[in-house]
Design a binder for this molecule. Structure first.
Ligand SMILES: Cc1cc2nc3c(=O)[nH]c(=O)nc-3n(C[C@H](O)[C@H](O)[C@H](O)COP(=O)(O)O)c2cc1C
Length: 145
């Protein structure tokens, strides 16, 4: 239910008090990171929503900071990451809990790609690992057609 826009100047005021290391958080993404990092002198950044379904954001931000090129992830990369995430959840929590947790997360992995809306509605209804695997197979097929 988090909403609203972050005010980095207020975080910066805390930073200028020099009492604590300051970790800035809120609305940080690849789009605004360079501007923020050049304008402020925070000790670290914390990334929330931008990392949901986008675990490579941390590597991408480090690459950006080091002036390296960022390779845009394609759908196949996202599907590989999503499958890995699913695998780790099942390993940690067992199939039922993993599936129920992943219903809310999986759609983020395919956000912005073709047919995302259609597959989102399947992913939020999946009941088993076998449903998940079928949906992923369909998604790959649909995008390779
Ligand atoms: C799914 C989700 C769960 C969160 N849970 C908490 C929480 O338990 N405690 C808290 O202080 N903030 C929580 N937050 C807020 C985040 O820590 C963060 O401050 C906020 O999302 C803004 O950062 P972001 O724009 O990078 O997401 C949560 C945010 C999200 C999206």
């Amino acid at each position: 239910m988090y909403s609203g826009n972050v005010n980095y100047d207020i975080i910066d005021e805390a930073k200028k008090l020099n009492l604590l290391p300051i970790i800035a958080n809120g609305d940080i993404s690849l789009n605004n990171f360079s501007n923020l990092d050049s304008k402020y002198d925070f000790e670290a950044y914390m990334i929330g929503r931008e990392a949901i379904g986008n675990p490579l954001v941390f590597k991408n931000l480090c690459d950006l900071e080091e002036g390296k090129n960022i390779n845009k992830t394609d759908l196949n990369d996202q599907i590989d990451l999503m499958k890995k995430h699913m695998f780790y959840l099942v390993e940690e929590y067992g199939e039922n809990r993993a599936i129920s947790a992943f219903r809310g997360i999986a759609p983020f992995y395919i956000r912005g790609f073709n047919y995302a809306a259609m597959f989102r509605s399947n992913l939020v209804k999946m009941k088993s690992l076998s449903d998940f695997n079928d949906i992923v197979k369909d998604l790959v097929r649909q995008n390779n057609d």
